[in-house]
Design a binder for this molecule. Structure first.
Ligand SMILES: [Ca+2]
Ligand SMILES: [Ca+2]
Length: 202
């Protein structure tokens, strides 16, 4: 594999393979994408830390309304700047091969804007706002959406979603969380579909 030019030893690739949901080949592919964001830096240092603005130029992230949140959650320096290892972790978690529970765990952290380990009303409003994008909901539409989410998911009626409640509902066919999860990986058509769904629901 990767004869000649690889910046990695086989041992390093083995480690990355063990630590992610990727094969060695996929690790190299992820590195290729990372390098494309800043060839001069990464060519020099394969695990260079790139500023968040650079990471956000990665095509899938640039169109993702949660792009910044994703960078913040995966940044080992917690400022959104990402090393290759942070980036690899991000790619791996949202890859097809990662378990659903791992995706849910990260989605929960991304949606938990204030970091209190609960999805409260203000977190949910921020998530809905990101999902609906430019088509801002009116106050009453927003209240209705939040109320619907809580009715469906808030099993203990404390007005916010714990991880268990969140995970429980991602197992089912909720438009809201399914859209949110999908949004973390891709973007575009889901925004509109989500908007239509919640408007039709109300
Ligand atoms: Ca929270
Ligand atoms: Ca609850």
């Amino acid at each position: 594999m990767g004869q000649g030019k690889s910046q990695f030893t086989d041992e390093e690739l083995q480690d990355y393979q063990d630590l992610t949901y990727f094969t060695k080949k996929e690790v190299l592919h992820a590195h290729h994408k990372f390098k494309a964001l800043a060839p001069e830096k990464v060519g020099h240092n394969k695990n260079a830390k790139l500023p968040m603005v650079k990471i956000l130029q990665y095509p899938e992230l640039s169109v993702n309304p949660f792009g910044e949140r994703i960078c913040m959650i995966f940044s080992s320096s917690q400022d959104g700047d990402c090393t290759f290892e942070d980036f690899l972790d991000m790619m791996s978690v949202f890859s097809e091969t990662s378990p659903k529970s791992v995706k849910a765990e990260h989605a929960f952290r991304i949606f938990d804007f204030d970091g209190d380990d609960m999805l409260g009303v203000s977190d949910l409003m921020k998530v809905v706002n990101k999902l609906t994008g430019d088509k801002k909901l009116s106050e009453s539409e927003m209240n209705m959406v939040i109320q619907n989410i809580l009715e469906e998911a808030d099993l203990d009626d404390d007005g916010s979603l714990s991880f268990a409640e969140f995970e429980h509902i991602t197992d089912r066919s909720s438009d809201f969380l399914r859209s949110g999860m999908t949004m973390l990986i891709s973007c575009g058509p889901y925004t509109r579909r989500f908007h239509n769904n919640i408007i039709n629901d109300t």
